[in-house]
Design a protein around this ligand. Structure first.
Ligand code: TYM
Length: 323
């Protein structure tokens, strides 16, 4: 059976892009795969952050993941920082990776350009992400398109390690949802919808539904009037069609809103129908943080057990002596 792993970073407020690109596709794998999911709080330290806000956001994201269907009774769900093996294997992989290949990562180049004091952990981020994946011998990694390069690098590092030190790691592959691998900003369909950019075109999962409707009704469309999927010529309309398709599970070819106005209305209705029950479920979970904390503690225990044998094997293969 496939072994699935994905993590979500609590560095901003989660968006519709996170939901359609990763959370829902992850939840859909629960019945057929052995699944490990986590909140990558260590990754949230790679850019300027506020400790109090990080605590809140880690719990919020865990609650939202569960509300999106990532049921902790059917998978391992944990906070990355509660499992020391992640940082430990990350260091071993840093000693496998090259400075140049880290520097070439698109996300590093984009993020480091926007900052004056770039944290060193932003550069080494992909080694930690590779550790997340390789620790659990994951075969499939459900992620949005923006993470594809990091998963490719993970494969390269795993293959290099296995060649040099012996077969310790499983080579993983990224799996992307068919329509929502890259949900674009509603007000700027040339840019990815991002939790780190404050834009009127970003739908946050906890936005009140009237705000969601307003944001979708004000989405930028394209010149012309025909509703057709063509991401080059009609990026705005295509983004709405992709969201509508991913939200309703209907192939784009079977969607036929007659006008831009009808497309926006159908999309708003569909997104709200998806978010309303999610927000209700989240409200009950967040009303009882103690239970959520217990769930995460249990998840961390199970993750620590599973991660142990891979770190031990990697250390031994690299020539480190057992304690
Ligand atoms: P993060 O927290 O930025 O995003 C979480 C997931 O959401 C996807 N995503 C999107 N998908 C479609 N359209 C969008 N606009 C969009 N924005 C975000 C991301 O691709 C991701 O799947 N480094 C990762 C977290 C991570 C991880 C891992 C993932 C850490 N370790 C190991 C997989 C395996 C990140 O920061 O994702």
């Amino acid at each position: 059976p496939s072994r699935v792993l994905s993590l979500f970073t609590p560095s901003g407020r989660p968006t519709l892009g996170n939901l359609l690109g990763a959370l829902l596709p992850s939840a859909r794998l629960l019945p057929t795969a052995d699944c490990v999911f986590g909140i990558s709080d260590l990754h949230a330290l790679t850019s300027e952050h506020d400790p109090a806000r990080l605590r809140e956001r880690s719990l919020e994201l865990a609650g939202l993941a569960i509300a999106a269907g990532i049921d902790p009774a059917r998978c391992v769900l944990f906070l990355q920082s509660n499992v020391p093996a992640h940082a430990e294997l990350s260091y071993l992989l840093e000693s496998t990776a090259h400075y140049g290949e880290m520097q070439r990562m698109i996300q590093f180049r984009e993020k480091s350009e926007r900052q004056s004091a770039v944290r060193l952990s932003l550069l080494t981020y992909p080694a930690l992400m590779a550790a997340d994946i390789l620790l659990y011998q994951a075969t499939d990694v459900p992620v949005g398109a923006d993470q594809a390069q990091h998963v490719e690098l993970t494969r390269d590092l795993a293959a290099r390690f296995n060649r040099r030190y012996g077969p310790v790691f499983t080579l993983p592959r990224a799996v992307h949802p068919p329509m929502a691998a890259r949900v674009m900003d509603l007000s700027d369909p040339g840019a990815k919808m991002s939790k780190s950019v404050d834009s009127p075109g970003t739908i946050f999962l906890l936005d009140p539904v009237d705000v969601v409707r307003r944001k979708i009704m004000r989405a930028v469309t394209d010149s012309g009037t025909s509703v057709a999927y063509d991401s080059e010529a009609k990026p705005g309309v295509s983004n709405l069609l992709a969201i509508l398709s991913a939200t309703t599970g209907t192939p784009v070819a079977e969607l036929s809103p007659g006008s831009y106005g009808a497309l926006k209305k159908e999309t708003a209705d569909a997104v709200i129908a998806l978010l309303e029950p999610l927000q209700r479920h989240y409200a009950t979970l967040s009303a009882d943080p103690a239970t959520l904390e217990t769930v995460l503690r249990t998840g961390a225990e199970r993750a620590r057990e599973r991660a142990a044998s891979t770190v031990t094997a990697a250390k031994e293969a690299m020539g480190l002596l057992a304690a």
